[in-house]
Design a protein around this ligand. Structure first.
Ligand SMILES: Nc1ncnc2c1ncn2[C@@H]1O[C@H](COP(=O)(O)OP(=O)(O)O)[C@@H](O)[C@H]1O
Ligand SMILES: [Mg+2]
Length: 220
């Protein structure tokens, strides 16, 4: 794998230039890191993920990829996959195949069919679902398709916001297996989750967000 490191340097953020939501956060994401972020409701976890994903820009400090600001790296969005909370609510295609291939086509990548098949295999989506409407899927299948759609372009880093929410026990166990497979490939993960039992033993770093500040705690 190419070298890959994302670094947050003294990164602060506010939505309205008054109250800081995130205060001077420092964090490094390296290959094979599995980073769990925990914190109360409203602590700023989703905001932090959006900053790492380049969807929001820091007010001060910076986010670097391999030492360069992420907004100067035109390929940055190809290096990450961002699965927002309830990502399946943003489905926009007529078929599961098109949904999974959506980002890869946008990035004008080659070998679309192979990419979709690989991503589907990684998350356990059967090819018999490819021609189905993504809106006809069970909640567990829909979540898998949402994740596969962020894997088909073969990113280095998967960013997941509360991916276990809304899944039944089987769906949660199946998602845990997806994350184990992803990690085995040497890829990185940043995940926000309350349901820490499903990431038990996976995280090598755990951070707690509290009143905008960040502290590293022991892995569970
Ligand atoms: N688009 C927005 N505009 C203004 N304030 C926001 C916006 N999104 C979130 N917030 C506020 O930022 C804080 C952190 O929110 P969020 O990052 O969603 O926290 P968490 O994911 O930990 O629950 C909350 O006080 C929330 O109300
Ligand atoms: Mg949130």
């Amino acid at each position: 794998m190419d070298s890959f490191q994302i670094q947050l340097q003294d990164m602060s953020f506010s939505y309205d230039n008054s109250k800081l939501i995130l205060r001077r956060i420092n964090m490094i994401i390296k290959p094979e890191d599995f980073i769990l972020i925990v914190g109360e409701n409203g602590a700023g976890k989703s905001t932090l993920l959006k900053i790492i994903a380049g969807v929001l820009k820091p007010r001060s400090g910076c986010v670097l990829v391999n030492g360069r600001p992420i907004h100067k790296d035109k390929e940055y969005f190809k290096k990450i996959g961002f699965v927002m909370q309830y990502a399946e609510d943003s489905f926009c295609c007529d078929t599961v195949f098109d949904e999974i291939s959506f980002a890869s086509k946008n990035f004008k990548l080659d070998r679309i069919k192979e990419r979709v098949e690989n991503a589907a295999r990684l998350v356990g989506v059967d090819q018999s679902l490819f021609s189905k409407s993504p809106y006809e899927l069970s909640s567990g299948e829909a979540r898998k398709v949402a994740i596969a759609s962020m894997l088909a372009h073969d990113p280095f880093l998967l960013i997941l916001d509360e991916p276990f929410v809304g899944l039944d026990k089987l769906g949660k166990e199946s998602l845990r297996n997806i994350l184990i497979n992803w990690k085995k490939q040497g890829k990185s993960t940043v995940i926000v989750s309350h349901q820490t039992k499903y990431v038990d033993g996976l995280a090598n770093k755990v951070f707690k967000l509290e009143a905008g500040s960040f502290s590293q705690i022991n892995p569970f």
